[in-house]
Design a protein around this ligand. Structure first.
Ligand code: APR
Ligand code: PHB
Length: 392
């Protein structure tokens, strides 16, 4: 069966759904093709710290109502090391904040909005493939319920994540930059109240720990673990014991524990693809780049890519200008590399590396001391954490 649309979007994660919504708002027809089903997508637990750029993108998409009602405004974070905790006060340093609201909820809101406007999303599409991307009529082909379909569009947006087909289609035309870290994060979700009002990022002798949350009644907590660790080896009790050992004493004592409702291990990686445009195929979000979660930048970068791309595509269709799509890759990459740098830096600052020498540890400690003692250094952390501005 043949279909036509203006933009064919591959992937219904936050990138694809947000792009679909922004395009629909601009009156641009689009179809999303996704290999999984909605429940699978909503079952993935990801980070949940939104920069104002991301919040504004969701407002523009008409999907920010619940986020404003339920999201928690955080004016800073705690940095813990050497047995003490130090607040980095974003509001005081730069007059800005972040909003804590889970990516799963963002995705749920985007899915509901898409359903309410009646836009087409094909879930459980098999054998998705991209064709003629350098032509004026690129195509996305897939099999659904045994039948082959082909969508012809003016543009294809590859929003299909790190393991998707879009980047693979242009594998011989890309340059990739990568760093794989020698540890993972073991995370658990539990229905207990958070120990503090804000997130605690802890550098301890036993490795990194993060106290995060989804709401006033649900926590998300992480500890740095070995890449050889298996989730099955970590009972809830073992997790909480280790987690507490890595937090400052007061926070450890006040931590309320409970049974996990999700527990998983994620590897840490920095990864960038250049460029992000190939003919009429555009990559966005995790399809083009990965950050280690330490700076909470994954979803936020996906949002800024999509804002640039939606703006460029709207300019093309509405104003007949290709300036936005021509500049997409460069504009997006400029913001991506800065967030890559920040995420790499936060990761380097806060983790225990297996090959770390005493000298390396002392330098790490000196950097942490410098950070909490210097307004300039804290301002730098704050402006990166809350999110750098978008290019005009
Ligand atoms: N065909 C169709 N869909 C595909 C294919 C394929 N061949 N391969 C993958 N997908 C789908 C996945 O099932 C997934 O739903 O593409 C979607 C990609 O979603 P994400 O991986 O969430 O990527 P993205 O939308 O860019 O979101 C970025 O997610 O991983 C986090 O930290 C990251 O928060 C950031 C955000
Ligand atoms: C999370 O809540 O899952 C989370 C928060 C901050 C991070 C990473 C993950 O830096």
């Amino acid at each position: 069966m043949n279909h036509t649309t203006q933009v064919a979007i591959v992937g219904a994660g936050p990138s694809g759904l947000l792009l679909g919504q922004l395009l629909a708002k601009a009156g641009i027809d689009n179809i999303i093709v996704e290999q999984r089903d909605p429940d699978y997508i909503l079952g993935r637990i990801r980070a949940g710290v939104l920069e104002s750029v991301c919040v504004e993108a969701l407002e523009q998409a008409g999907c920010a109502e619940r986020l404003h009602a339920e999201g928690l405004i955080h004016h800073g974070i705690e940095l813990a090391f050497g047995g003490a905790s130090h607040r980095i006060n974003f509001e005081e340093l730069i007059g800005k904040h972040v909003v804590v609201y889970g990516q799963t909820e963002v995705t749920r809101d985007l899915m509901a909005a898409r359903e309410s406007i009646g836009a087409t999303t094909v879930y459980e599409a098999d054998q998705v493939s991209l064709h003629d991307i350098d032509s004026a009529s690129p195509k996305v082909r897939f099999v659904k319920d045994g039948q082959t379909h082909e969508i012809a569009a003016a543009f294809v947006a590859g929003c299909d994540g790190f393991h998707g087909v879009s980047r693979k289609t242009v594998a011989d035309r890309i340059q990739t930059f990568e760093r794989v870290y020698p540890f993972g994060w073991l995370g658990i979700l539990a229905d207990v109240p958070p120990v503090t009002e804000e997130l605690i990022y802890a550098n301890s002798e036993r490795g990194f720990a993060l106290s995060s949350m989804r709401s006033k009644t649900r926590v998300r907590c992480y500890i740095q673990c070995s890449l050889d660790d298996k989730v099955e080896d970590w009972s809830d009790q073992r997790f909480w014991d280790e987690y507490r050992r890595r937090l400052p004493e007061a926070a450890a004592a006040a931590t309320i524990t409970g049974p996990s409702i999700e527990k998983s291990i994620a590897p840490l990686r920095s990864f960038v693809t250049e460029p992000m445009r190939f003919g009429n195929l555009f990559l966005a979000g995790d399809a083009a780049h990965i950050v280690p979660p330490t700076g909470a930048k994954g979803l936020n970068l996906a949002a800024s890519d999509v804002l640039y791309l939606a703006r460029g595509i709207a300019q093309f269709f509405v104003e007949r200008s290709s300036e936005g799509i021509d500049g997409y890759s460069q504009r997006a990459l400029s913001r991506i590399w800065k967030a890559e740098r920040f995420s790499w830096w936060m990761t380097s600052l806060l983790h225990r590396f297996p090959e770390q020498t005493d000298f390396d540890r002392a330098i790490q400690r000196a950097e942490l001391d410098y950070l909490v003692g210097s307004t300039a250094a804290r301002t730098s952390l704050a402006e990166n954490y809350v999110g750098l501005p978008m290019a005009s």
